[in-house]
Structures are given as C-alpha cells and as structure tokens.
Design a binder for this molecule. Structure first.
Ligand code: ADP
Ligand code: ADP
Length: 226
C-alpha cells in the first residue's frame, strides 16, 4: 500500500497550455480515488505525473513521503492500465500476465502459482493458453489488469480503462475492478469522465475542471447521495 500526496502541483506544457493548475490532493493507504471530469481537464496529466512519466512544472508529488522522482522507477511499485492497453499478441494470456514477473526474475514455480491466482480472481483462469486475439474485449481488459497487478503494486493507476467497452460489460467490470482492488488493499487512482462510474466505484471522488481541482469528497459529500 502507498500514500500519494500532491502539493500545489502545476503543469504548463511548452506551448503554454496550463493542463494542471495548482492541484493539491491526498490519497490514503488502500483508498480508491476517482479523478472525474470532462475530456481535456487534466486528469491524464495528473496520472502521468504521479507515475513519474511527466515532471510537474512546479509543486511536489510524494509517494509514501518520498518525491516521485527520487524513487528509482523499479522501486516505485506502480501499476498502470490505460484505455488502449497493449497485450503482447504473440504470447498466450498466461505469458502476458507472467511477463512482469519474468522481467523481475521470479522463478517459474512461484510465477505460475501467482499467475493462476490472479487469473482466477479475474475470472480468466480457463483461457490462459489462448492468444489475445482469441478473447473477447472484456477478457482482454481483464488480462491487462492481471498483468498490471501481478507484481502486487502499492499503487494502481487506471486511465479510462473501460471506455472502449460496451455499457453492459462496463457495468460488470466496474464492480469487478473495485472488488478486486479492495481485496488487494491497493491504493488506486482511477481516471474517468463517467459520473456513474465514479459514484459506484469511489471511496472518494476528486472533480477536475479546466486543470483545477473543484471538489474532493465521498460520493455522498460531493453529490449528496452514495
Ligand atoms: P463531457 O461532455 O466531456 O462528458 P461533462 O461536462 O459532461 O464532460 O463532464 C463529465 C462528467 O464530470 C459528468 O458526469 C459531470 O457530471 C462531471 N462533472 C464535471 N464537473 C463537475 C462539477 N463541477 N460538479 C459535478 N460534476 C461534474
Ligand atoms: P484529460 O485526461 O482530462 O482528458 P489531459 O490531461 O489529457 O486531459 O489534457 C489536459 C490539457 O493539456 C488538454 O488541454 C490537452 O490538450 C493538454 N495537453 C496534454 N498533453 C499535452 C502536451 N504534451 N502538450 C501540450 N498540451 C497538452
């Protein structure tokens, strides 16, 4: 588990676009934080800065009290899932999920056990031998999640992971993702423009508009209903 603290974070791109404007936000250990707002309001930029993929122009981002950029990438224990997740097409589902473990030198035995665990939790235990092209869209998204969480990250960052799926599947995966994340106890920042998604998944919602953080609170605090 990991705490995240953004302190007065601003991001101005070289062309002068102020994508993020003086945002301060704390994410507690094990908390599911949804970052909600319309397209272009700066959500992805916040996420990319938390991941260390983009530097703030000013302000500070801390993970467990240490500046993001002072922590070597290998030690950040951050997992990310995006809308346009890319699975390795030539590898089986099992090998896709196992890949991060192989990179970090986990032995085949424990690797297989861990993959089976994660795949079981995501309901894809029976398709481990297939290639991504032989899966449904929802199954592919589950594989992408499995690959992201297999190393037991302390922080899970998701950027509109469901936006390419149809509405029935979206509702199903919404419940599944929040259930899984809570089971793992992993701190999460989940980016979406979908208010229903925010209301059903969030411990707290942070509402962004034009780079500015407008409101932060539980769904009840922010919307007056759970
Ligand atoms: P888009 O047209 O890109 O979908 P919207 O303006 O409809 O963007 O906003 C996306 C979501 O964020 C909506 O569900 C909206 O209710 C929510 N939202 C954005 N800003 C606010 C705000 N200030 N207060 C409450 N909800 C907001
Ligand atoms: P969201 O995730 O809410 O859709 P983004 O964080 O992607 O918003 O973008 C926020 C603003 O920053 C937008 O106006 C976008 O056009 C702009 N932006 C994003 N990336 C860059 C970049 N590399 N250079 C210039 N402007 C950018």
């Amino acid at each position: 588990m990991t705490t995240v603290a953004l302190k007065d974070v601003t991001k101005v791109f070289p062309d002068g676009t102020v994508a993020v404007d003086n945002v301060s936000l704390d994410v507690n250990d094990g908390e599911f934080m949804v970052l909600l707002g319309p397209s272009g309001c700066g959500k992805s930029t916040v996420l990319r800065m938390v991941a260390g993929l983009e530097d703030p122009s000013s302000g500070a981002i801390m993970l467990d009290g240490a500046l993001v950029n002072d922590v070597p990438p290998r030690d950040r224990r951050i997992a990310m899932v995006f809308q346009d997740f890319a699975l390795y097409p030539h590898m089986t589902v099992g090998d896709n999920i196992a890949f991060p473990l192989r990179l970090s030198g986990v032995e085949p035995g424990p690797r297989g056990a861990r993959v089976a665990d994660v795949a079981g939790a995501l309901g894809i235990g029976d398709v481990l031998a297939r290639k991504p092209s032989q899966l449904s869209g929802g199954q592919r998204q589950r594989v992408a999640m499995g690959r992201a969480i297999v190393r037991r990250p302390g922080l899970f960052l998701m950027d509109e992971p469901l936006s390419n799926l149809d509405s029935g599947l979206r509702a199903e995966l919404r419940a599944e993702i929040s259930g899984l994340v809570r089971e793992l106890g992993v701190s999460t920042i989940y980016v979406t423009h979908d208010q229903a998604e925010a209301l059903t998944m969030a411990d707290r919602v942070a509402i962004m508009r034009k780079g500015v953080l407008q409101d932060v609170g539980t769904p009840t605090q922010v919307y007056g209903r759970p």
